[in-house]
Write a protein that binds this ligand. Structure first.
Ligand SMILES: [Zn+2]
Length: 329
């Protein structure tokens, strides 16, 4: 702010005097000529967020969000509708519509640029998602700069951005995918009927990139400092990732939890999207316990943007505590 903005002009002074003389109450709007009307711009959400982690830089980018009916029976699939609706209402959430947002994450190790998940791609652009590609430049990156693209699991909102206009969207990247996950989607073994379209998509979008792919087991490394963590359940072989540099760490938990209240407070509630619902519950409890006990930050693909936070124990489950300045000190 410059000093000029505080300068009182002779005209302002006269107007003030006139207002006072007319008995205008303090704080009432002053009569002043209207400026040109500013256009209405519509809702605007935060889209890019970056923090440093030791020697690394970690950036979350919003791929957008879609609105769906629910939350029940998507969330609390094994609970009565009324219980889920009451719980939502008690936590300031609408009971008949909800939103799912998407946060692909970039890790720059200083020597390699790594993208975790690719968003929805063109297929959901009309619906409000698929914006990773256009927002990369706002984050300071170009698609051709990526050395590695990691796919946490094979669902459409994670693989949809791999191909753009029929070409690989990250032309110079190699790919890292979980071995169990890849085999399940490639062969269709154990994939339920309701996921057939998803399986076809995986075979169209991911399998053609096999030549440039490395397959990981839990505990396997993407690069030095980035290690896979077993997160099976939501999908046949989902992987979470520990990212560690200079003694600091963060856990990218992918889709271990798909809602910051309904899945985090109630890890035992089933999610209709979960492949093996009981395994997903066990995984949620194990990962949440680790994040809460170790007091480490987590990045959740479907947590509210910027999708970085911590966990406290709460109400028999856990509570998502959005990161504020902890990672900037
Ligand atoms: Zn997802």
């Amino acid at each position: 702010m410059t000093r000029n903005q505080f300068k009182v002009t002779r005209r302002d002074a006269l107007l003030t005097a006139a207002g006072a003389a007319a008995g205008v109450a303090l704080g009432a709007p002053m009569a002043s000529p209207a400026l040109a009307a500013a256009p209405m711009l519509g809702a605007l959400r935060p889209q890019v967020y970056r923090f440093t982690l030791g020697e690394f830089e970690v950036t979350t980018i919003s791929d957008g969000a879609v609105q769906l009916d629910g939350p029940h029976p998507i969330f609390g699939n094994n609970r009565p509708a009324e219980e889920v609706q009451n719980y939502a209402a008690a936590h300031a959430l609408p009971t008949t519509r909800h939103e799912i947002s998407f946060a692909p994450t970039v890790v720059n190790t200083g020597s390699e640029l790594i993208l975790f998940d690719t968003g929805n791609g063109a297929a959901r652009r009309e619906a409000g998602a698929g914006h990773l590609r256009e927002l990369l430049s706002a984050a300071g990156y170009q698609p051709g700069q990526f050395d590695v693209v990691v796919i946490t699991h094979g669902h459409p909102d994670h693989i949809g951005g791999l191909i753009e206009d029929g070409e690989p969207a990250f032309a110079n990247a190699r790919y890292v995918v979980g071995e169990t996950e890849h085999q399940a989607w490639k062969t269709g073994e154990g994939i339920p009927e309701g996921r057939r379209e998803n399986q076809q998509m995986y075979n169209q979008v991911v399998v053609p990139l096999e030549e440039k792919m490395t397959f990981l087991q839990p505990e396997g490394e993407v690069v030095s400092g980035i290690r896979a963590v077993d997160a099976f359940g939501h999908s046949p072989g989902q992987l979470a990732f520990h990212v560690e540099s200079g003694g600091e760490r963060v856990l990218l938990w992918a889709d271990v939890a798909n809602h910051y209240i309904l899945a985090v407070h109630k890890p035992e509630w089933h999610l209709s999207f979960d492949h093996d619902k009981e395994a997903a519950v066990t995984t949620r409890q194990r990962i949440f316990d680790m994040v809460a006990t170790d007091k480490i930050p987590a990045i959740g693909y479907h947590m509210p943007f910027p999708a970085v936070g911590y966990l406290d124990t709460y109400d028999g489950g856990y509570r998502w505590v959005p990161a504020s300045y902890q990672l900037h000190l």
